[in-house]
Design a protein around this ligand. Structure first.
Ligand code: HEM
Length: 402
């Protein structure tokens, strides 16, 4: 068993473009199971960066998520991002009980049925942008409204409220570097919870054919309690928009800054699923680290002893750049024979809607390459604006012409 090096201090930076976090890259290369101090919370924590170690920590039941709320550990943000009763903080078997309520809604077979609607929505959004003439701003016109419409429709959120849910998600999913930002995030979390409590009451009074009605019924049948129902609804609404808005904007940015890749997709639109998989692997989706897990007993990880009660973070980003699994990991190669990436996580907390995310990305890229084959950035690449203090990376805007 090796003795770990001294504690490293990690303050997440605002990175632009596709730049990989240099701190995490160093850990992957030099110290794959490291002691790290984050800016908030207490003490130090473990950060695990290699592919196989990440899979081990995320699937071994001795690492608990249920132990996270209330535990004291080193944190990236001042505020707690998910609601305490969120599925993110449940362990099996409770975890499966909660997830089971929405499993069918995000199964591949259900999502396949949503594809025609997704195609129609993307084409309508592209039509509207084209009608207004080049240049256009792709995030505001297409990559943001598209996923909010999809998840809003699945859940049953009225279209007039979609902008509100977007604002809340944006505010909650932030690093919140000062106390005011943290207070805003806490207030937004309360507001979105209250909003869905009201909407749930409406569905109880007048059921509809939507996922919110399914969630309310599960609560009424005693499968989940109200706090679990609300936390899950909020998570689905916010991730359903925010994760795809950012990830698919990053995909388009990557394609437009790698013309050979764009040309390849243009020549072979049927390659869209392979492009999506390789870009899921390659794109640095998250700023810093997500939620940790707490060791419930002493466990050895990658030759290092983690003691019971200690917090462990994993990085799916570094796992996806581990050269032991992905040869030449810095290269975007859509012809990799196999891309077993961890972009959607691993283990019980594996993303709830990879089929939806994949379908939306495929539909988006296929529509763009077919409808706007000459699509390109309308500004020099260094003028593409990037946000500050975001937990998920993605351009603020993508000015484009065609
Ligand atoms: C490209 C888009 C997406 C990416 C890269 C992504 C990534 C992830 C990752 C890495 C996790 C696991 C985090 C962990 O270990 O705790 C996760 C969990 C989750 N995702 Fe996604 N996601 C995406 C889209 C979506 C969408 C569209 C939805 C909902 C409609 C969604 C809902 C969730 C939920 C509810 C969880 C928590 C699962 C649990 O804790 O059991 N995600 N996602």
């Amino acid at each position: 068993m090796t003795v770990p090096c001294p504690v490293r201090h990690y303050e997440v930076q605002d990175l632009t473009g596709l730049r990989f976090d240099p701190f995490l890259a160093d850990l992957l290369n030099d110290e794959p199971v490291a002691r790290v101090r984050l800016p908030h919370g207490d003490g130090d924590t473990w950060v695990v960066t290699r592919y196989h170690d990440v899979k081990f920590v995320t699937s071994d039941p001795r690492f608990s998520r249920a132990a996270v709320p209330g535990a004291s550990f080193s944190k990236m943000t001042r505020h707690a991002v998910p609601l305490d009763q969120a599925v993110s903080f449940a362990d099996p078997p409770e975890h499966a009980r909660i997830r089971g309520v929405v499993g069918k809604a995000f199964a591949k077979s259900t999502v396949d049925g949503l594809r025609p609607e997704a195609e129609q929505r993307v084409h309508d959004l592209i039509d509207a942008m084209v009608r207004d003439g080049a240049p256009g701003e792709l995030v505001r016109r297409v990559t943001s409204p598209f996923p909010v419409a999809m998840i809003g429709t699945v859940l049953g959120v009225p279209p007039e409220d979609w902008p509100l849910t977007v604002d809340w998600a944006q505010t909650v999913l932030s690093v919140a570097r000062d106390q005011q930002a943290a207070d805003r995030a806490v207030a937004a979390k309360a507001a979105v919870g209250a909003y869905f409590r009201d909407l749930a009451a409406q569905r109880r009074a007048e059921p509809r054919d939507d996922l919110l009605t399914t969630l309310v019924s599960a609560q009424d049948e005693g499968i989940i309690n109200e706090a679990e129902m609300l936390a899950l609804t909020v998570l689905l609404q916010s991730n359903g928009w925010h994760a795809v808005r950012n990830n698919s904007s990053m995909m388009v940015y990557t394609l437009l800054t790698h013309p050979r890749l764009w040309d390849r997709l243009r020549a072979e639109p049927a390659a869209a699923p392979r492009v999506v998989e390789e870009l899921l692997r390659f794109i640095p989706h998250k700023s810093g680290l997500g939620q940790p897990r707490i060791a419930t007993e002493d466990v050895e990880v990658g030759g290092v002893l983690v003691r019971a009660g200690e917090a462990v973070y994993v990085s799916y980003l570094t796992a996806n750049r581990d050269e032991r699994v992905f040869p030449d990991p810095e290269r975007i190669d859509i012809d990799r024979p196999d891309v077993p990436h961890l972009a959607f996580g691993y283990g019980p907390h594996y993303c709830m809607a990879p089929a939806l995310a994949r379908m939306e990305s495929e539909v988006l890229l296929t529509a763009l390459v077919r409808r706007l084959p000459e699509l390109r950035l309308a500004v020099p690449v260094e003028q593409v604006p990037w946000p500050t203090g975001c937990l998920i990376r993605g351009p603020v805007e993508l000015p484009v012409t065609w």
